[in-house]
Design a protein around this ligand. Structure first.
Ligand code: EPU
Length: 356
């Protein structure tokens, strides 16, 4: 366990904003958890979990607490047959290294999520997804440290209440409670099947790729992303800054009247009930509110992928607030829809926990 003091959040997060955090505790093995959490509890420090900082934004005042950073490494193949791979991965592994490892072995299920920045442990927190795949589809379970009861637990994926960018780890009374140590995935030895997500299919057609191996899909997705999305290691950003929007049935008509394209899909919820999903691409809203390429208080709405906000010159999170407000107001004025931020702020996580 490595404990450091007074570490700038701007050095720990890819948006490159934020003042100092009082403590940074790096955890390299699950056994270090009890000591790390004792340390924070004795000092009465709020805690914040961090991976590679690709979806977290530091505040100017920093963080009067302890950042617990996941540095747990390792791949543990639990079962490998000709059809299937069950693999347990250390939460501190880089997500894309894991995707590369299994795709190269010919196992499918995560290849469309190539090049998503961040750690393996962060993946289930917001149920990361891209090009038609989501973590929820292949995750079996996680091992975690329960910071409320100070004990190790194993949580099956069925209990994670997954939906779009949502899980028990980032919402409700369990928000911020579990520090994810390892993630176990079940992947299939098969080629992913078309039809693929539009932009992926266009790329495959254009490049005459018809051999849909996980590795070829991984290469295609990597190339698409490299063209459109800035590498957060080089250009400060936090991936998609705005979420896509899911409308309720009664919100559909007013949006359509304003010319917003809505993608309708028939879905089944976790209780087996059918419902219609109404999705609005926020990228379309930003583009059609003429915001692409525009700069607000040092933040640029990417001209390649409008959901990405690039930190060109800002050093204060206050400027991000101003930029966010101006951008959101423009979209709301034109289309009557409110934008929601995707990355989270580094601050005390408030849980609403029932007494046991
Ligand atoms: N669009 C535009 N203009 C834009 C961007 C998008 O009109 O500038 C419209 C287009 O109609 C396009 C559609 O939006 O067909 C979807 O765009 P795209 O495939 O680029 O994906 P996205 O909705 O902008 C989401 C995720 C990304 C993920 C991609 C690919 C969110 C918030 N973002 O973006 O995830 O890589 O799909 O599947 O759900 C992230 O979460 O950080 C992230 C990068």
């Amino acid at each position: 366990m490595i404990i450091r003091e007074n570490i700038n959040l701007s050095d720990l997060t890819t948006m490159r904003l934020g003042g100092p955090a009082d403590f940074l505790i790096e955890i390299e093995s699950p056994e270090e958890c009890p000591d790390a959490f004792d340390f924070a509890q004795e000092k009465n420090l709020p805690i914040y979990f961090l991976g590679l900082g690709a979806n977290s934004i530091g505040l100017d005042e920093g963080f009067r607490g302890a950042i617990i950073k996941n540095a747990i490494k390792g791949y543990n193949i639990l079962e490998e047959t000709k059809d299937e791979l069950i693999i347990k991965v250390g939460g501190g592994e880089v997500w894309d290294d894991f995707v590369e490892f299994v795709s190269k072995k010919g196992f499918s299920g995560v290849e469309a999520m190539s090049k998503i920045p961040g750690t393996v442990a962060a993946a289930p927190v917001q149920n990361i997804g891209a090009y038609g795949q989501e973590v929820k589809d292949t995750l079996v379970s996680v091992e975690a440290f329960d910071s409320l009861l100070n004990e190790f637990v194993e949580i099956p994926a069925e209990e994670m209440d997954f939906s779009y960018r949502h899980s028990i780890f980032n919402s409700g009374e369990t928000k911020g409670r579990y520090f994810i140590l390892t993630c176990t995935f079940r992947l299939k030895k098969e080629n992913p099947k078309p039809p693929f997500y539009n932009s992926l299919q266009s790329y495959l057609d254009e490049h005459k790729i018809t051999d849909y191996t996980p590795e070829n899909i991984r290469i295609a997705v990597s190339n698409i992303r490299a063209e459109k999305l800035p590498d957060p290691e080089k250009i400060p950003s936090a991936g998609s800054f705005f979420k896509n929007i899911y409308l309720t049935e009664k919100e559909v008509k007013p949006a359509e009247e304003k010319g917003v394209p809505i993608r309708k899909a028939e879905k089944t919820d976790k209780n087996g009930k059918k419902y219609t999903e109404y999705k609005v691409n926020t990228g379309w809203l930003l583009e059609n509110a003429d915001l692409k390429g525009k700069v607000f208080h040092g933040f640029k709405v990417s001209d390649k992928a409008a959901l990405i906000l690039i930190n060109e010159s800002a050093t204060s999170e206050k400027d991000l607030e101003l930029a966010k407000k101006e951008i959101s107001d423009k979209v709301e004025e034109k289309f009557g829809l409110k934008l929601e931020q995707e990355p989270v702020f580094v601050k005390e996580i408030k849980q609403e926990v029932d007494e046991e």
